[in-house]
Design a protein around this ligand. Structure first.
Ligand SMILES: *[C@@H]1O[C@H](CO)[C@@H](O)[C@H](O)[C@H]1NC(C)=O
Ligand SMILES: *[C@@H]1O[C@H](CO)[C@@H](O)[C@H](O)[C@H]1NC(C)=O
Ligand SMILES: *[C@@H]1O[C@H](CO)[C@@H](O)[C@H](O)[C@H]1NC(C)=O
Ligand SMILES: *[C@@H]1O[C@H](CO)[C@@H](O)[C@H](O)[C@H]1NC(C)=O
Ligand SMILES: *[C@@H]1O[C@H](CO)[C@@H](O)[C@H](O)[C@H]1NC(C)=O
Ligand SMILES: *[C@@H]1O[C@H](CO)[C@@H](O)[C@H](O)[C@H]1NC(C)=O
Ligand SMILES: *[C@@H]1O[C@H](CO)[C@@H](O)[C@H](O)[C@H]1NC(C)=O
Ligand SMILES: *[C@@H]1O[C@H](CO)[C@@H](O)[C@H](O)[C@H]1NC(C)=O
Ligand SMILES: *[C@@H]1O[C@H](CO)[C@@H](O)[C@H](O)[C@H]1NC(C)=O
Ligand SMILES: *[C@@H]1O[C@H](CO)[C@@H](O)[C@H](O)[C@H]1NC(C)=O
Length: 773
């Protein structure tokens, strides 16, 4: 996201050491506690209570609503004097958050208007790996922002840890005045909000006036910088001017909602409060790199945050969320609702190289962020404490190395999550080790990190790890050295799917393909709140730093959505619905990498990423701003979809719609939703399925599109028409597509993929096809 043009005049290398975990999370409540309101009847918990307004009631204002919500509570304060009511939600859901015992909730069940109570859940921010600044460089500078008005006039609501306001990425130089009528609060005082950061609010078990400072966690600052960091001229490191930095939408406004905390993570009652406030403030995009940790959801129906983003979507606000960092296993998605834009993470073509050379001359290129002047350039003995298979020693846990003589040696250690790897390095160093080779396990594949270690380290892929292990096992006096190669560009294959990126399918969303798209999310450079060392004097607030995770990927997409919105606005075009913007992003994504080969999956040796892993592929900002045709989803269609998902259960649909007279008069299956990707179930008894889709022309008035089909191996695809001739803007054409099984049923649980593209002289509109057998 950070683009630096010109001015490269020195080789800079800068490392600082993180001594904290990015976020310490308390384990959350199970995700689908419905019938039982928790085990211990006397224990106070926080609940989200859904209630239905009495028929014909018309509350005058927020106060009325709050009093009505309070009427459900036994009394207004706990014995401790704390208030019971934490939030009275206005927009995001129909209900409130309160402190209650399970017993009290049970009593509430009998009250008129009560619908449901869920214990609140704890979420986490979706970056698992923190990294350090090493070298400012061009990263995805190819994103075209030139004809997009840089996101001007668009407001991105960032729900996260807060922001480091003094960072020059959030300076308002060159920013237009705030939108008319914008009236969000700003909890910052000196300095206060400006024309870049136009709102700053805080939520922790109730609205708070604390400034939403992102002091040292960095996550909120980093994602805000990726989405909408302003141009930073002469971004400098140790007084060296390096050029210009910017986020995806450098002229978009940012409104900050601090809903995540180092001690509790992100509580669902605060996340919903953030959404509630963002809707009332009038943001255009919800940037939410917040997701569940295991146990991952198996239904979005009971996920109150999905209900909140549904409400936002109904108001035209675009929810952009993370796939999660729980790959490479299947079914590891944290979010899967059709109205949420779910983003997976890919690598870029850059590595910070640290090369391992073995005594026999074999070389392996790994990664680090270690200072070059202290590398190990002579061969030292190589030692593998875990060679006997003891798991503590294999992963170099602290104190597991005490019995082993590693003094002056290079130590082989298997990888851990995030900052664990820095601790392994410390353990090795404390035990006298000279260096460390971090080795990926099989599921970590080729995804490596430029982590700031305290000793010479090279992080290598699994396939390299096996060869190093083999050399170790077959040599009586194994040796190795580690040399530093600096920043390498043009690494292939790229972009490639990160091993950690969560993968589909989501078995509970009616075969809607998720994740939707991928975006850069490994070693991404963006704004950072704290000074960096070991020579911190030169940096002050112009600090940039690396982070990885689907958090970084989602914030790229938030920025691109701002570009699309501002382009439409400045071109005086019709405002697109959130589903039309989703369509533009999905139908123009690339499944091919920079060499034109299918996107590689870093969790494997040689497989390309499939539709369940990368969705429609890498988002392409230039293409998405001019998609030609879009698939729109009407409000009624979402209701019909929900009715289908919840088997005509109006009660559940009422939670989503906040319309307590809502009936399931129409019900459709997921494949019939006018979604841009097409997921179809072919059961053992249904060999043929027909779906229909409607396209809206947003390209040239007159344009002819011809169908191009890639059929799945076991399925024939037939279209009702093979050519679509549009003669005016906004014209809609509906086609249908029949999927017929050509041979024997491949077996339940098997899936196949295909593609349908509508191709004109100017546009290619591609729907990825997913068949679930
Ligand atoms: C229930 O919670 C109360 C208050 O926290 C505690 O004193 C009690 O031991 C708990 N009972 C059980 C069975 O866990
Ligand atoms: C509120 O109600 C609870 C039980 O429902 C009771 O234990 C508590 O004393 C009451 N608090 C006040 C201030 O009345
Ligand atoms: C702006 O918000 C404040 C409180 O946050 C409120 O008192 C005021 O009436 C609002 N003004 C407008 C024009 O909405
Ligand atoms: C390792 O353990 C020792 C002793 O228990 C402790 O002093 C040291 O801080 C630990 N090191 C790390 C990196 O956790
Ligand atoms: C930093 O990036 C520049 C520009 O690509 C490159 O020439 C240089 O080698 C890099 N420096 C280091 C220390 O990696
Ligand atoms: C976007 O797509 C266009 C055309 O398909 C291609 O030329 C371009 O390289 C892509 N851009 C990126 C950043 O992938
Ligand atoms: C739900 O009801 C509609 C209309 O009554 C009906 O067409 C549809 O088949 C029902 N769906 C399910 C899953 O029962
Ligand atoms: C509908 O869903 C609600 C909430 O989950 C549940 O209480 C109710 O029993 C369901 N109704 C039917 C008919 O399944
Ligand atoms: C609520 O649902 C009913 C039944 O579907 C519908 O007629 C009505 O228009 C809806 N009201 C709102 C405000 O959406
Ligand atoms: C498929 O059809 C057979 C025979 O008609 C029936 O016994 C079976 O339950 C059906 N399976 C499904 C999944 O509908």
């Amino acid at each position: 996201m950070v683009e630096f043009k010109g001015g490269f005049n020195s080789f800079l290398l800068l490392v600082f050491f993180l001594s904290f975990n990015i976020v310490l999370f308390v384990h959350g409540q199970p995700l689908s506690v419905v019938s039982d309101y928790g085990g211990n009847t006397s224990q106070i918990q926080t609940y989200i209570v859904h209630v239905s307004k009495p028929k014909g009631s018309n509350f005058l204002g927020a106060e009325d609503l709050e009093n009505w919500h309070k009427s459900f509570l036994p009394n207004s304060t706990l014995d401790t004097g704390e208030p019971r009511l934490l939030y009275s939600y206005k927009e995001a859901i129909g209900g409130f958050a309160a402190r209650l015992t399970p017993e009290e909730v049970r009593a509430m069940k009998k009250m008129e208007g009560f619908l449901r109570a869920n214990p609140s859940q704890r979420f986490e921010l979706q970056s698992t790996y923190t990294h350090n600044f090493l070298n400012l460089s061009t990263l995805f500078g190819a994103w075209s922002t030139s004809n997009s008005f840089f996101g001007e006039g668009i407001i991105i609501g960032v729900l996260d840890m807060g922001i480091h306001l003094p960072h020059p990425s959030f300076d308002d130089e060159g920013m237009p005045p705030r939108p008319k009528g914008w009236n969000a609060s700003c909890n910052f005082q000196r300095p206060s909000c400006n024309n870049k950061v136009i709102g700053a609010q805080t939520f922790k078990y109730g609205p708070s006036t604390i400034p939403p400072i992102d002091k040292d966690q960095g996550h909120g600052t980093h994602v805000a910088g990726i989405a909408a960091g302003n141009f930073v001229d002469n971004a400098e490191v140790l007084d060296q001017a390096l050029g210009r930095a910017a986020g995806m939408a450098p002229k978009a406004f940012i409104s900050v909602y601090k809903v995540c905390w180092i001690d509790i993570g992100c509580d669902s009652i605060d996340v919903i409060a953030g959404i509630d406030q963002a809707i009332q403030d009038g943001v255009h995009i919800l940037q939410m790199s917040i997701g569940p940790k295991p146990p991952l959801p198996d239904s979005f129906g009971m996920d109150d945050v999905a209900i909140g983003t549904y409400a936002a979507m109904q108001k035209g606000i675009f929810p952009c969320v993370t796939a999660g960092n729980y790959g490479p296993s299947q079914e590891t998605l944290g979010r899967a609702a059709p109205w949420d834009m779910v983003v997976g993470a890919t690598t870029t073509d850059r590595r910070i190289r640290a090369t391992v050379t073995l005594g026999n001359g074999q070389e392996f290129h790994g990664e680090t962020a270690y200072l070059s002047n202290t590398v190990i350039d002579k061969f030292l003995p190589l030692v593998f404490p875990g060679s006997g298979g003891q798991s503590d020693q294999m992963t170099c846990q602290n104190n597991s190395l005490n019995e082993i003589n590693i003094r002056g040696k290079i130590v082989m250690c298997y990888v851990g999550r995030g900052t664990e790897n820095i601790k392994k390095g410390d353990a090795v160093k404390n035990a006298g080790g000279a260096g460390m080779i971090i080795m990926n396990f099989l599921p970590n594949g080729f995804t490596t990190y430029s982590t700031p270690h305290n000793l010479p380290v090279s992080h290598v892929s699994h396939i390299d790890a096996l060869q190093i292990e083999d050399y170790f096992a077959t040599n009586s006096e194994p040796t190795a050295k580690i040399t530093f190669g600096g920043t390498i560009f043009g690494v292939r294959p790229s972009p490639a799917l990160a091993a950690f990126s969560s993968r589909g399918p989501a078995k509970y969303n009616g075969n809607i393909v998720k994740p939707d798209v991928t975006a850069p999310g490994v070693n991404i450079l963006s704004a950072w709140p704290v000074e960096v060392g070991p020579f911190p004097s030169g940096l002050k607030t112009k600090t940039f730093n690396f982070m990885s995770g689907t958090s970084m990927a989602a914030s790229h997409v938030s920025g691109i959505v701002a570009l699309i919105m501002s382009k439409l606005k400045n071109d005086n075009k019709r405002k697109w619905s959130t589903s039309e913007i989703q369509s533009a992003l999905i139908t123009t994504a690339n499944t091919f990498d920079l060499d034109g080969k299918p996107m590689f999956d870093e969790a494997t040796y040689r497989n390309s990423a499939n539709i369940l892993q990368r969705g429609a592929g890498q988002v392409n900002a230039t293409n998405a701003m001019d998609p030609g045709l879009v698939y729109n989803i009407e409000s009624d269609d979402y209701v019909a979809y929900l009715c289908g998902i919840f088997s005509n259960n109006s009660t559940v649909v009422q939670y989503f719609t906040q319309n307590y007279t809502q009936d399931c008069t129409r019900s459709i299956s997921g494949d019939q939703l006018n979604y841009p990707s097409i997921g179809v179930p072919i059961g053992s008894n249904s060999s043929r399925i027909t779906v229909s889709r409607t396209l809206t022309n947003v390209g040239d008035a007159r344009e002819i599109y011809n169908a191009k089909i890639i059929e799945p191996p076991s399925v024939k695809m037939d279209l009702s028409e093979y050519s679509l001739s549009f003669t005016r803007l906004e014209q809609q054409i509906t086609y249908s597509m029949t999927f017929t099984m050509t041979g024997a049923h491949p077996g339940s649980g098997v899936y196949e993929q295909g593609e349908l593209s509508w191709v004109s002289d100017k546009h290619t509109v591609t729907s990825p096809i997913y068949i679930a057998f």
